[in-house]
Design a protein around this ligand. Structure first.
Ligand code: NAD
Length: 359
């Protein structure tokens, strides 16, 4: 029987519409092959939403997202909107989407593709074979804890404050996502904290240890965040799945991403408990190359593959897309951001055509 899925498309700004168009073609092609029917609904977010409605996340967009099975987002932002007040900035739309859909888990894979190994700034022997998944808590911790602000003390001195706080349920729900993610991978989970200094981190560690009883097949280890950062660049192959809090995850996931050396290749997923997940490339809207057919659509295409795997449980179709991406790289096609000597420089459209042909 044909499986049906409703997908909200949020092309956003800059290169967003160009790379989204390629992802849609890939999904349509894979749909025919695997007997999956996708119903696409496009909605506004970011700068394009500001231009059309005055708001970066119109209520209608959030509602459309809530009614769908998954959301595929491209990127938002651009010079044009950079000087607007904070509540009217494109990024505010993104934060609103995350909180509106209660997306508490951010999954960011960093996989070194053999074809692009020389794009990494680290030595080949250090990064060859790296395949890391960072599971970052997204809606708690120091980015949201109260009190926060800049206050004046009794002596008249100013004092800036943020609060790192986690409840048991907040830790347990991200922990469960991480253990289940590790189960789908090589069953090794490293929890990163700062339990030697922070009470909140000791609590985090205690909860991860308690949860591990429910996942006897997953091997749990712990690292302090400073050591984790060091190990990430010293010997990244030791990591499989990493789980960590909002602040530490923000930093470590960017470091892990850069092991691969190519921002145009990295997908991500943000998941909640019951709402649809949001799938998007790690990169931004690249306004410097927008509308020039220079964008690399592969992170967007790989985000669509992640959506098939994590929201629709269509692992085989997801793998098929990932294999097609590898095949196109094997054929030597490269967009400007991943181009090297001896390869064939192509634009966004042409590499999209090559993926569809490979499928
Ligand atoms: P960026 O990721 O957009 O671009 C950084 C550099 O990488 C640029 O030189 C760009 O041309 C290149 N690049 C990025 N993606 C590429 C791709 N797919 N193919 C080829 N080259 C690519 O980051 P930035 O320049 O710091 O930000 C630009 C805008 O994007 C800003 O308005 C920023 O707020 C926004 N942004 C949005 C998101 C998001 O939507 N999640 C994330 C980061 C930045």
């Amino acid at each position: 029987m044909t499986q049906q899925y409703r997908i909200t498309l949020l092309p956003g700004d800059g290169i967003g519409p160009e790379i989204m168009a390629i992802a849609v073609r890939v999904l349509e092609t894979i749909g025919e092959k695997f007997d999956l029917k996708f119903e696409f609904q496009e909605a506004l977010i970011g700068g394009s939403a500001i231009d059309a409605t005055g708001e970066p996340l119109p209520a209608a967009t959030l509602e459309t997202c809530k009614q769908s099975d998954a959301v595929l987002l491209a990127a938002i932002g651009g010079y044009k909107w950079d000087s607007l007040p904070r509540h009217l900035r494109p990024e505010t739309g993104l934060l609103g989407l995350r909180s509106g859909l209660q997306l508490f888990a951010n999954l960011r894979p960093a996989t070194i593709l053999p074809q692009l190994i020389d794009a990494s700034t680290l030595k080949r022997e250090v990064v060859e074979g790296v395949d890391i998944m960072v599971v970052r808590e997204l809606t708690g911790g120091i980015y949201f804890g109260q009190p926060r602000g800049v206050f004046t003390t009794e002596t008249g001195e100013k004092r800036g404050v943020n609060t790192m706080a986690y409840t048991e349920s907040e830790i347990d729900r991200i922990g469960r996502v991480a253990f289940e993610t590790a189960q789908k991978r090589s069953k090794r989970l490293c929890s990163v904290d700062k339990a030697n200094v922070l009470e909140v981190s000791q609590f985090w560690r205690d909860r991860m240890i308690a949860l591990s009883a429910e996942y006897p097949d997953v091997e749990l280890s712990h690292l302090y965040v400073d050591n984790a950062a060091m190990q990430m660049v010293r010997a990244p192959k030791q990591f499989d799945t990493i789980v960590t809090s909002n602040l530490f995850g923000d930093i470590l996931s960017d470091a892990a991403a850069m092991l691969t050396g190519s921002i145009g290749m990295l997908p991500s997923a943000s998941l909640g408990a019951s709402n649809p997940g949001v799938y998007e490339p790690v990169h931004g809207s690249a306004p410097d190359i927008a509308g020039q057919d220079k964008a690399n659509p592969l992170a967007q295409v790989l985000s669509a593959a992640m959506m098939l795997r994590y929201s629709f449980n269509q692992s085989e179709a997801a793998t098929y897309i990932e294999q097609a991406v590898l095949k196109v790289l094997d054929q030597g096609y490269r967009t400007g951001d991943i181009f090297s000597e001896g390869k064939t420089l192509v634009g966004c459209q042409a590499i999209g055509d090559a993926i569809v042909a490979a499928l």
